[in-house]
Design a protein around this ligand. Sequence first.
Ligand code: IPE
Ligand code: IPE
Ligand code: MG
Length: 627
Amino acid sequence: MTTPPRSAPAALDTATHPRKSPAATRALTGEDAVLRAAYRLCRRTTRQHDPAMYALVQLMPAGLRPACWALWAAATALDDLADEPDVAPAERAARVEAWTVSLVHDLAAGTSSDPVRHALVDAAGRWRLDLTSLQGAMASARDDAHDRRFADWAAWRAWCNKEVVPWVEQVRHLFEQAGAPMTLRLDRQTDYERFVDGAQLTDVLTDLSTDLAQGLLLLPQEALEPFPGAEEDLLQGRWSPAVAALITELAALARRRVTRPAMTTGMHPGAAIVLETAAGLLRAQLDAVEAAGPTLLQRTPRPSVVARARLLVPARLRSTLAWSLTPLTAPTVPGPRRPKGPTPSVSLAAENTGLRPPPSHPSGARPPMIPAGRMPAHVAVIMDGNGRWAEQHGLQRSDGHRAGTAAVREIVYGALEIGLRHLTLYAFSTENWKRDAEEITAILATLQSELDEAPFRDLDVRQRWSGRPDRLPEDLVDSLRREEARTRARTGLTLTVCINYGGRDEITQAAAALARAAREGEVDPDHLNEDDFARHLPHPDMPEADLLWRTGNEQRTSNFLPWHAAYAELYFSPGYWPDMDRRDLWQAITEYSRRQRRHGAVPGRLTSPDTHHSPPHTQPDPRHRAR
Ligand code: IPE
Ligand code: IPE
Ligand code: MG
């Protein structure tokens, strides 16, 4: 029913380089044969293991398919290693670990002797895929080689979030890189989570016979308990009334989750068709599960050819049209795999440096995909409302400041996850000395204890401090300087904490430095420009703030970053700072990504800007990524 795709590199080539560039031709001649064979193997694996997934990939533009096959085959390879029958659990765990470690080395080398990893490494290089998020999935697959039991749905969901969602996220990233963002609106996040849940449950029901053959029952106790005897019957391969009732219940639950997901609103139409068809195929799969009866325990049920064709034929026509309307971005020609500049977040290879990805949000929430051209380079935050939060809870103001540190950690984790380059936090202003000595002491002690605890020690965070040393405790200044020195070489997120900071003070310092330079004859006052001024600021390399976010329901900037935030988009949110978590940062960034920035120009009639400001949101700004 589906047209056999062309071999992978050829498909990549013709789909994304309609007019072949010499560089592209060169890239496809070297190890072409090996690479083609590697992608072919991945395609075969996808088709054999999961025909529905294969059909979905066929709805994507030809240029994206090889990377999807590579991702799918890699996930399958790991799954197979973790579940290999007749192999001791410890040995299975060791094999998963070895595969993961090899991938880290292969990514660094840009090639692999293993065909699946070879294709994956190539796909990651072409599409600048950051495979960091797979680290957790791989570690989880390794740990699962020992045992997969879930007490309740929450534990089951956590497993699904850890092991499955990161792979789905890679595909979303792929779409984004290709210029067809599968951006999820934050208000659709719950629909997405429900959908992923339903898809995973459908998969578990579909693979019941294969899993049971390996003694695996990937359902939570909470789901089994209302059907006494069902668990034992299943493990013995017996079809009983209890088993039948359980399957009916679970299939109905999965169906509710994958029916009418409203998450495609605002997506590229091609991406939306892929997701809607996925939902249709899952429902067809559930029909097959329900129709299978006792054979569900003997073989994998598949929807009929007619049922699939009814969904796929119109989807193919619609998707071909949708993709033809939007030209895709060409992938990067394979070459050295290590990006030259700083990467948006730690790469998988960062494992070697001792850095790790941030802990996930307890709900399993993942960041929205923001198209690169709409991502702010620098978010500055006025963390306000600690005092009122404390009052609201009948606590001391000092308790509010302590509670605020959890929000700081959350926001930093969220910034790393979404790939933000610069985050600047306003922690203590030059005006805050007007407060009671007791409160000031509490604020400074809280900052000191966070520095001592160093929660970002193992994360790819370059920590900096902006502000005046005078009046601050010596220990605090020492700790701030020490952290700055210790994390200087890090390339992930630059986190600047403003302590004893005042915007006018910063400008006054720059003016004084400039006056000194003029006195020394280093600058000519008659020919000064904005860049000359910026060079004399205490942190000359701090980029302008694209987004200034203030919590706590106040609408003022309180002497924060007057130079850098001169053209910032302002975002005021009502909640108090201690109630914030990473999802609030993502919400602020999502809101920013929808704004139209003009910088004084008329939208749609842009000329190349000649200042250091970023251009409006009508074009991606390559400088944002270069910073
Ligand atoms: C912000 O919270 C933290 C600092 C200024 C140090 P506040 O302490 O200003 O809290 P509110 O505005 O009084 O609620
Ligand atoms: C701004 O908040 C300073 C910090 C968040 C550190 P404030 O609460 O001190 O500002 P105002 O008094 O509302 O302007
Ligand atoms: Mg305040």
